[in-house]
Structure formats: structure tokens, C-alpha cells
Design a protein around this ligand. Sequence first.
Ligand code: 6PG
Length: 250
Amino acid sequence: MPERTIQIVADRAALAQAAADVFVGEAVRAVAARGRFTVALAGGSTPKALYSRLAARYRDAVPWHAVEFFWGDERHVPPQHPDSNFLAAREAMLDYVPVSDQHVHRIHAELPVAAAAANDYEATLRRQFTLQAAERPVFDLALLGMGADGHTASLFPGSDALREADRLVLAPWVEQLNTYRITMSMPVLSRAAIIVFLVSGQSKAETLRDVLEGPRQPDRLPAQAVQPAGGRLLWLVDRAAASRLARVTG
Ligand code: 6PG
């Protein structure tokens, strides 16, 4: 697969299926090669259909015992809060597949101070990937969404977090949402072996065109800043989201 591929599928269901095909293929390959598959899950609503499809149709195809789950970002809420990205993945998938609790590495976003949750998660990444000082983790797969404002994970337009080059996990104040978030940094997200954006719906069409076909403005469009560092980048988008693209590529 070339460094960047854009795959346009019919609709949300086709998007979930295409993403499931990637997830299953990468999981089987990683476990066969290295005995484990590390995946950073995306938050928001789009990936929920992927998660439930994996649980419903791929219980036997995925080596769940060797899958290690992480989260690219989390809201600053406890794990039982309706806004929790962990809760969304647990209710759609983790409750239905044979994953051991020791392999579910959620962000402890219940900690009162968001920066403490970021530090705690950074320590988790260092431990789980046995990282040396300046090393960054290489996830086998990083799943990402894109907001209509061009944000990805919890890296929002204009945020200082976009320029963080050293930290693995950050706790930016998100002015647009009037809240703290916890998020992996751009360099960590960019280092995954394969990065898959899942983008669905007409509401994302103009931003997707700007991100994929417009001038490079990563501060205004953080999704543009996700550039593979040795891996591959796959944009999985449905027709509605792709409706403003001038060059139908990939
Ligand atoms: C989050 C996500 C965020 C999300 C986009 C798209 O915590 O909300 O990490 O980056 O992926 O906002 O969200 P939708 O899939 O709901 O459109």
C-alpha cells in the first residue's frame, strides 16, 4: 500500500466493513509476526459501528487474546460517563469479545487533574512498550476520526498541543469545548504502522476536501498534521464525506 491511500465506500455500513477488514487483517498479521497486536482506538460516534461489527462478526477471526487496546484520546470524565470513549468501546465491543482485562489500557480520565491522567497514561505507554527515554511507541494500528473543524483525537485547531514534540500524552484545555481532554500527541499518532481515518457524512465533506486537497494548514486543520512516520495512512471515507473531493484518488 502506498504511503497515503484514500478509499471511498458507499455508506457508514460499508465504512465499518472496510475498517473491520483492515483491523482483522492487521491483527492476524501482527500476532503471527510478533505475538501481539496493539491498537489505539478512536473516540466519537463513527467508529462505534466498526466496534460492534468486530464483536458481532469477527469473534472467531481475530486473535483477541493477543490484542492490546489503547485509546488515542479520552474525555475528562470517569469511565462510566456517557461521554467516555472507553465506555463506547466497551459497550460496543469489549464486553463481547475474549480480551483479558490486562490488555485493556484505558486512560484514567477520572483523575481530577487532567494533566495527572496524561502523565499516568504516558507512564502506561512507556511500560507497555518498554520505551527508552526519547522513544515513542509504534502502534500496529491507530484509528482516528476527524471533526467538522478538522480536529483529530483531541488535537484541536489552534491548540499549543499541536506543536508538542516530546510528550507522548497531553492534557490540553480545549477552548472550543470548554473542557480539558487527554490525548496522544501528534508524533505518537503519526508513528503507527498503519493509521486509519474513519470519516463519514456530509457534514465532514468540506473539511475533508480542505484536509486532503487544500493547502497545508495543520494549525487550522490538525488532521493534516498526521503524517506517517514510516507507516501507512489510509483514509476510509464514505461517499457523503467524499462528495466535495475534486480528485477521486485511491
Ligand atoms: C473524540 C474523538 C474525536 C472524534 C471526532 C469525530 O474523542 O470525540 O477522538 O477526534 O474522532 O470528533 O467524531 P465523530 O465520529 O463523532 O464525528
